[in-house]
Write a protein that binds this ligand. Sequence first.
Ligand SMILES: Nc1ncnc2c1ncn2[C@@H]1O[C@H](COP(=O)(O)OP(=O)(O)OP(=O)(O)O)[C@@H](O)[C@H]1O
Length: 240
Amino acid sequence: MLHISGLTAGYHGGTVLHGVDVEVPPGTVHAVVGHNGAGKSTLVHTVAGLLRPTSGTVRLDAVDLTGRRAHQVARAGVGLVPQGRRVFAGLTVAEHLRLAHRPRAQAGRRGTAWTPERVLGLLPRLAERRTNRGAQLSGGEQQMLALARALLGSPRVLLLDEPTEGLAPVIVEQIQGLIRTLADEGVASLLMSPSAALARACADTVTVLTSGAVAARFDGDEVRADPAALDRTLALTPTE
Ligand SMILES: Nc1ncnc2c1ncn2[C@@H]1O[C@H](COP(=O)(O)OP(=O)(O)OP(=O)(O)O)[C@@H](O)[C@H]1O
């Protein structure tokens, strides 16, 4: 279980996140929804060890990850799928996967460790593009590659920062399906998005983040039963 408690963080002495609490049990999807500038990437970066919090804690089960460096957080079982995909233009899909594969990474709680073969079995489109370079991939394929790279660390928790940004609806649906498939395999996801629709499609829990603070929290079934509830809350939150 990922526990984020009272997390406060910011830049150059300014505070962006104000005491954020989020929990992500194994095999579940927690979506954090907020407008541009609400602090979603700051939350991801703080959990991933790219930004030091000024207070609060991040724990994965009993392991305290607060203030740990990014490579230590990754080794503890937290995989990062960054905003903008960040694939290397000049490396092929196969090269990305070879570089990302950590054969001795801790196996998932329920599943076995991820190998390039297993990842490509899950992402057949990427398998077809194995010899293509990053720059030759579509946005959707680059997103799949960013996800594949994170999976090869055999994470227990995935941090997904706007994984459907700029993608066609059909690809968005595929990514929603993948996130649910991974949840069924026991991989927890903490998903950042401005999209209420994405949260409704695949989240077990939805948190609305406004100006770096938790404004509301919903159960996934609740937002599916009353689809307008999340939209109303978001509409009431100020744009940053
Ligand atoms: N490296 C940085 N230095 C200073 N301020 C930053 C930095 N990164 C983000 N901020 C500020 O922190 C606030 C939250 O930004 P953040 O990127 O976390 O929001 P977000 O919800 O991810 O938005 P977006 O959807 O636009 O990525 C914004 O006011 C932003 O200008």
